[in-house]
Design a protein around this ligand. Structure first.
Ligand SMILES: [Zn+2]
Length: 197
């Protein structure tokens, strides 16, 4: 293995400096579009201007390059062996910014889904990941609907609707569990609603 970043890696790193329309992002956009989702891109009104936003589902998606965003434990995020301090500082800063941005979005009620470049690297993996993403989005959408009902309504009708949604949510959860583990923060949100009774 070379002790310097290859030209390609370097080009890739540079292209990810808050890069827009990167290949992984385009793959996710195409995949979502093919699955019937409509979305907005790079919404500057939201913290971190998330790459893809689905307001109907309350979902913000970040598509992260593994090297640039310092994907932990990922073989594509290997530490460079030259200019170590420079890259470590940059990557640590990006990672911190990602954490703050995610926390900020979640505080505003958004479900944040991070897609890593390495999850999209081969075509069979890509389809599985996009199918799982579609389920995660639908699930987040159900959580959002329940929350909206809780905010707006009370009484027996709202309660029945909420119970139906919770059943739907449980079905979706079971489906997602087969496809892909549910992100911890979504489980947390779900539990919070369960505890409302
Ligand atoms: Zn990765």
């Amino acid at each position: 293995m070379s002790d310097v970043l290859t030209l390609l890696q370097r080009h890739h790193c540079m292209s990810r400096i808050r890069g827009k329309n990167t290949t992984p992002e385009i793959l996710v956009r195409k995949g979502l579009h093919a699955r019937g989702f409509r979305f907005r891109l790079h919404n500057k009104k939201l913290p971190g201007s998330p790459d893809i936003v689905l307001p109907k589902y309350g979902v913000a998606i970040m598509v992260n390059g593994c090297f640039w965003h310092g994907h932990k434990g990922c073989r594509y995020a290997t530490e460079p062996k030259t200019n170590i301090e420079f890259w470590e500082t940059k990557i640590a800063r990006n990672r911190h910014r990602d954490e703050v941005t995610t926390a900020h979005l979640e505080a505003l009620g958004w479900t944040v889904i991070t897609i890593w470049e390495c999850e999209l690297r081969n075509s069979s993996q890509l389809d599985d990941r996009l199918d799982a993403l579609a389920e995660e989005i639908r699930y987040a959408g159900e959580v959002k609907r329940i929350r909206d009902i809780n905010k707006q309504q009370s009484g027996a009708a709202a309660r029945r609707e909420r119970e139906a949604l919770l059943r739907k949510q449980a079905e979706l959860e079971a489906e997602i569990n087969q496809l892909y583990p549910i992100p911890k923060r979504i489980r947390t949100i779900s539990r919070a609603f369960d505890g409302d009774e």
